[in-house]
Design a protein around this ligand. Sequence first.
Ligand SMILES: O=C(CO)COP(=O)(O)O
Length: 262
Amino acid sequence: MANRKPLIAGNWKCNLNHLEAIALVQKIAFALPAKYFDKVDVTVIPPFTDIRSVQTVIDGDKLLVTYGAQDLSEHDSGAYTGEISGAFLAKLGCTFVVVGHSERRTLHAETDEVVLGKTTAALRHGLTPIVCIGEGLEVREAGDHVAYNVAQLKGSLAGLSSDEIAKIVIAYEPVWAIGTGRVASAADAQEVCAAIRATLAELADASVAASVRVLYGGSVSSKNVGEIVGQTDVDGALVGGASLKSDEFATLSAIAAGGPLP
Ligand SMILES: O=C(CO)COP(=O)(O)O
Protein backbone atom coordinates (compact mmCIF):
# COMPACT_ATOMS: atom_id res chain seq x y z
CA MET A 1 0.00 0.00 0.00
CA ALA A 2 3.10 2.20 -0.50
CA ASN A 3 3.07 5.40 1.61
CA ARG A 4 -0.65 5.87 1.44
CA LYS A 5 -2.35 5.88 4.83
CA PRO A 6 -5.17 3.34 4.83
CA LEU A 7 -8.72 4.62 5.05
CA ILE A 8 -11.60 2.64 6.54
CA ALA A 9 -14.96 4.22 5.72
CA GLY A 10 -18.16 2.88 7.25
CA ASN A 11 -21.10 3.46 4.92
CA TRP A 12 -24.16 3.06 7.13
CA LYS A 13 -26.54 3.34 4.16
CA CYS A 14 -30.18 3.83 5.29
CA ASN A 15 -29.61 2.53 8.83
CA LEU A 16 -29.64 4.06 12.34
CA ASN A 17 -31.44 7.19 13.53
CA HIS A 18 -29.53 10.06 15.12
CA LEU A 19 -29.72 8.62 18.64
CA GLU A 20 -28.44 5.25 17.48
CA ALA A 21 -25.74 7.08 15.54
CA ILE A 22 -24.43 8.82 18.66
CA ALA A 23 -24.24 5.51 20.51
CA LEU A 24 -22.39 3.77 17.67
CA VAL A 25 -19.81 6.55 17.20
CA GLN A 26 -19.08 6.59 20.94
CA LYS A 27 -18.62 2.83 21.01
CA ILE A 28 -16.32 2.85 17.97
CA ALA A 29 -14.20 5.64 19.48
CA PHE A 30 -14.03 3.85 22.83
CA ALA A 31 -12.83 0.66 21.14
CA LEU A 32 -10.16 2.47 19.10
CA PRO A 33 -7.67 4.40 21.27
CA ALA A 34 -5.75 7.33 19.77
CA LYS A 35 -2.66 5.26 18.84
CA TYR A 36 -4.51 3.60 15.95
CA PHE A 37 -5.21 6.88 14.21
CA ASP A 38 -1.54 7.42 13.38
CA LYS A 39 -1.79 4.38 11.16
CA VAL A 40 -5.33 4.42 9.79
CA ASP A 41 -7.96 7.03 9.00
CA VAL A 42 -11.40 5.94 10.18
CA THR A 43 -14.56 7.66 9.02
CA VAL A 44 -18.27 7.06 9.42
CA ILE A 45 -20.79 7.88 6.70
CA PRO A 46 -24.22 8.11 8.36
CA PRO A 47 -27.57 9.20 6.87
CA PHE A 48 -27.95 12.98 6.43
CA THR A 49 -30.29 13.27 9.43
CA ASP A 50 -27.58 11.88 11.76
CA ILE A 51 -24.73 14.13 10.69
CA ARG A 52 -25.34 17.04 13.07
CA SER A 53 -25.53 14.67 16.05
CA VAL A 54 -22.41 12.83 14.94
CA GLN A 55 -20.60 16.16 14.58
CA THR A 56 -21.63 17.19 18.09
CA VAL A 57 -20.35 14.02 19.75
CA ILE A 58 -17.10 13.95 17.74
CA ASP A 59 -16.34 17.63 18.38
CA GLY A 60 -17.51 17.54 22.01
CA ASP A 61 -15.45 14.49 22.92
CA LYS A 62 -12.55 15.42 20.59
CA LEU A 63 -12.77 12.05 18.88
CA LEU A 64 -10.34 11.22 16.07
CA VAL A 65 -12.97 9.55 13.90
CA THR A 66 -14.08 11.74 10.97
CA TYR A 67 -17.43 11.69 9.21
CA GLY A 68 -19.05 12.31 5.88
CA ALA A 69 -22.21 11.96 3.82
CA GLN A 70 -23.55 9.33 1.46
CA ASP A 71 -24.46 11.68 -1.40
CA LEU A 72 -24.73 15.36 -2.34
CA SER A 73 -26.39 17.52 -4.95
CA GLU A 74 -24.67 18.68 -8.11
CA HIS A 75 -26.20 22.08 -7.29
CA ASP A 76 -25.08 24.46 -4.54
CA SER A 77 -28.53 25.97 -3.87
CA GLY A 78 -31.87 26.68 -5.51
CA ALA A 79 -35.15 25.03 -6.40
CA TYR A 80 -34.05 21.40 -6.05
CA THR A 81 -36.50 19.88 -3.58
CA GLY A 82 -34.95 17.16 -1.47
CA GLU A 83 -31.38 17.84 -2.57
CA ILE A 84 -28.51 18.45 -0.11
CA SER A 85 -25.82 20.94 -1.08
CA GLY A 86 -22.12 20.29 -0.59
CA ALA A 87 -22.02 23.71 1.06
CA PHE A 88 -24.28 22.39 3.84
CA LEU A 89 -22.11 19.32 4.32
CA ALA A 90 -18.95 21.41 4.47
CA LYS A 91 -20.58 23.67 7.06
CA LEU A 92 -21.32 20.57 9.16
CA GLY A 93 -17.64 19.65 9.14
CA CYS A 94 -17.90 16.64 6.83
CA THR A 95 -14.58 15.39 5.51
CA PHE A 96 -15.83 12.88 2.94
CA VAL A 97 -18.82 12.41 0.67
CA VAL A 98 -19.60 9.18 -1.18
CA VAL A 99 -20.41 9.78 -4.83
CA GLY A 100 -21.78 7.34 -7.38
CA HIS A 101 -22.40 4.41 -5.08
CA SER A 102 -23.80 1.52 -7.13
CA GLU A 103 -27.07 1.73 -5.17
CA ARG A 104 -27.47 5.30 -6.41
CA ARG A 105 -26.33 4.46 -9.91
CA THR A 106 -28.87 1.62 -10.06
CA LEU A 107 -31.81 2.80 -7.93
CA HIS A 108 -31.56 6.49 -8.85
CA ALA A 109 -30.26 6.11 -12.40
CA GLU A 110 -27.12 8.13 -11.75
CA THR A 111 -24.98 8.24 -14.87
CA ASP A 112 -21.24 8.90 -15.04
CA GLU A 113 -22.16 12.46 -16.03
CA VAL A 114 -24.18 12.95 -12.84
CA VAL A 115 -21.40 11.37 -10.79
CA LEU A 116 -18.92 13.80 -12.37
CA GLY A 117 -21.20 16.73 -11.51
CA LYS A 118 -21.41 15.59 -7.91
CA THR A 119 -17.66 14.99 -7.72
CA THR A 120 -17.05 18.52 -8.98
CA ALA A 121 -19.56 19.89 -6.45
CA ALA A 122 -17.77 18.07 -3.62
CA LEU A 123 -14.41 19.47 -4.66
CA ARG A 124 -15.89 22.97 -4.95
CA HIS A 125 -16.75 22.80 -1.24
CA GLY A 126 -13.52 21.27 0.00
CA LEU A 127 -15.05 17.83 0.60
CA THR A 128 -13.17 14.68 -0.37
CA PRO A 129 -15.33 12.69 -2.77
CA ILE A 130 -15.16 8.91 -2.47
CA VAL A 131 -16.01 8.09 -6.09
CA CYS A 132 -17.45 4.58 -6.44
CA ILE A 133 -17.22 2.33 -9.45
CA GLY A 134 -17.81 -1.39 -9.91
CA GLU A 135 -19.11 -4.00 -12.32
CA GLY A 136 -22.17 -6.22 -12.08
CA LEU A 137 -22.09 -9.98 -12.13
CA GLU A 138 -22.70 -10.34 -15.89
CA VAL A 139 -19.75 -8.13 -16.71
CA ARG A 140 -17.54 -10.07 -14.31
CA GLU A 141 -18.63 -13.42 -15.71
CA ALA A 142 -17.96 -12.20 -19.25
CA GLY A 143 -14.43 -11.28 -18.13
CA ASP A 144 -14.92 -7.61 -19.07
CA HIS A 145 -14.50 -6.20 -15.56
CA VAL A 146 -11.22 -4.33 -16.03
CA ALA A 147 -12.35 -2.52 -19.18
CA TYR A 148 -15.74 -1.79 -17.61
CA ASN A 149 -14.22 -0.21 -14.49
CA VAL A 150 -11.67 1.79 -16.47
CA ALA A 151 -14.47 3.20 -18.65
CA GLN A 152 -16.62 4.03 -15.61
CA LEU A 153 -13.68 5.74 -13.93
CA LYS A 154 -12.87 7.80 -17.02
CA GLY A 155 -16.53 8.80 -17.37
CA SER A 156 -16.81 9.76 -13.71
CA LEU A 157 -13.64 11.89 -13.71
CA ALA A 158 -13.83 13.29 -17.26
CA GLY A 159 -12.15 16.67 -17.62
CA LEU A 160 -10.91 16.95 -14.03
CA SER A 161 -7.44 18.44 -13.60
CA SER A 162 -4.53 16.56 -12.02
CA ASP A 163 -4.87 18.76 -8.94
CA GLU A 164 -8.54 17.80 -8.62
CA ILE A 165 -7.86 14.10 -9.14
CA ALA A 166 -5.23 14.29 -6.40
CA LYS A 167 -7.99 15.23 -3.93
CA ILE A 168 -10.24 12.25 -4.66
CA VAL A 169 -10.57 8.78 -3.14
CA ILE A 170 -11.71 5.96 -5.45
CA ALA A 171 -13.69 2.96 -4.22
CA TYR A 172 -13.90 -0.21 -6.27
CA GLU A 173 -17.07 -2.00 -5.25
CA PRO A 174 -18.07 -4.94 -7.43
CA VAL A 175 -21.87 -4.95 -7.32
CA TRP A 176 -22.01 -8.74 -6.97
CA ALA A 177 -20.01 -8.52 -3.73
CA ILE A 178 -22.16 -5.87 -2.01
CA GLY A 179 -24.29 -7.19 0.83
CA THR A 180 -24.02 -10.71 -0.53
CA GLY A 181 -21.30 -12.13 1.66
CA ARG A 182 -19.54 -12.98 -1.59
CA VAL A 183 -16.32 -11.04 -1.17
CA ALA A 184 -13.99 -10.58 -4.12
CA SER A 185 -10.72 -12.43 -3.67
CA ALA A 186 -7.76 -10.29 -2.70
CA ALA A 187 -6.35 -10.96 -6.17
CA ASP A 188 -9.61 -9.79 -7.81
CA ALA A 189 -9.51 -6.59 -5.77
CA GLN A 190 -5.85 -6.02 -6.59
CA GLU A 191 -6.38 -6.58 -10.33
CA VAL A 192 -9.01 -3.85 -10.64
CA CYS A 193 -7.39 -1.46 -8.13
CA ALA A 194 -4.11 -1.69 -10.10
CA ALA A 195 -6.01 -0.90 -13.31
CA ILE A 196 -7.62 2.07 -11.54
CA ARG A 197 -4.19 3.37 -10.52
CA ALA A 198 -2.82 2.95 -14.04
CA THR A 199 -5.82 4.90 -15.35
CA LEU A 200 -5.23 7.67 -12.80
CA ALA A 201 -1.65 7.94 -14.10
CA GLU A 202 -3.10 8.38 -17.59
CA LEU A 203 -5.70 10.95 -16.50
CA ALA A 204 -3.32 12.86 -14.19
CA ASP A 205 0.28 11.73 -13.78
CA ALA A 206 2.33 9.06 -12.04
CA SER A 207 2.84 10.97 -8.81
CA VAL A 208 -0.88 11.74 -8.45
CA ALA A 209 -1.68 8.09 -9.19
CA ALA A 210 0.79 7.02 -6.51
CA SER A 211 -0.83 9.29 -3.93
CA VAL A 212 -4.56 8.66 -4.48
CA ARG A 213 -6.19 6.17 -2.12
CA VAL A 214 -8.05 3.33 -3.82
CA LEU A 215 -10.44 1.40 -1.58
CA TYR A 216 -12.16 -1.94 -2.01
CA GLY A 217 -15.77 -2.46 -0.92
CA GLY A 218 -18.09 -5.46 -0.89
CA SER A 219 -18.67 -7.79 2.08
CA VAL A 220 -15.56 -6.58 3.90
CA SER A 221 -15.26 -7.89 7.46
CA SER A 222 -12.58 -8.44 10.08
CA LYS A 223 -12.05 -11.88 8.53
CA ASN A 224 -10.97 -10.65 5.08
CA VAL A 225 -9.81 -7.04 5.53
CA GLY A 226 -6.21 -7.98 6.36
CA GLU A 227 -5.62 -9.81 3.12
CA ILE A 228 -7.44 -7.18 1.07
CA VAL A 229 -5.58 -4.14 2.41
CA GLY A 230 -2.36 -6.15 2.17
CA GLN A 231 -2.58 -5.84 -1.63
CA THR A 232 -0.22 -3.36 -3.27
CA ASP A 233 -2.90 -1.12 -4.76
CA VAL A 234 -5.64 -1.43 -2.13
CA ASP A 235 -5.51 1.36 0.46
CA GLY A 236 -8.45 0.56 2.67
CA ALA A 237 -12.09 -0.39 2.54
CA LEU A 238 -15.58 1.00 2.13
CA VAL A 239 -17.53 -1.10 4.59
CA GLY A 240 -21.31 -1.57 4.67
CA GLY A 241 -22.89 -4.12 6.99
CA ALA A 242 -19.82 -4.63 9.17
CA SER A 243 -19.66 -0.88 9.91
CA LEU A 244 -22.91 -1.08 11.90
CA LYS A 245 -21.33 -3.22 14.63
CA SER A 246 -18.91 -1.29 16.81
CA ASP A 247 -16.66 -4.20 17.80
CA GLU A 248 -16.45 -5.56 14.27
CA PHE A 249 -15.75 -2.14 12.76
CA ALA A 250 -13.15 -1.31 15.41
CA THR A 251 -11.48 -4.68 14.88
CA LEU A 252 -11.29 -4.35 11.14
CA SER A 253 -9.98 -0.77 11.47
CA ALA A 254 -7.29 -2.03 13.86
CA ILE A 255 -6.32 -4.76 11.39
CA ALA A 256 -6.03 -2.15 8.63
CA ALA A 257 -3.76 -0.16 11.00
CA GLY A 258 -1.53 -3.21 11.29
CA GLY A 259 -2.71 -4.14 14.79
CA PRO A 260 -2.73 -4.84 17.66
CA LEU A 261 -6.34 -5.94 18.00
CA PRO A 262 -8.35 -3.75 20.37
O1 LIG B 1 -21.76 -1.06 -0.47
C1 LIG B 1 -20.92 -1.24 0.39
C2 LIG B 1 -20.23 -0.10 1.04
O2 LIG B 1 -20.47 1.09 0.37
C3 LIG B 1 -20.56 -2.60 0.83
O3 LIG B 1 -21.59 -3.11 1.59
P1 LIG B 1 -21.36 -4.49 2.39
O4 LIG B 1 -20.06 -4.32 3.15
O5 LIG B 1 -22.57 -4.61 3.27
O6 LIG B 1 -21.24 -5.56 1.35
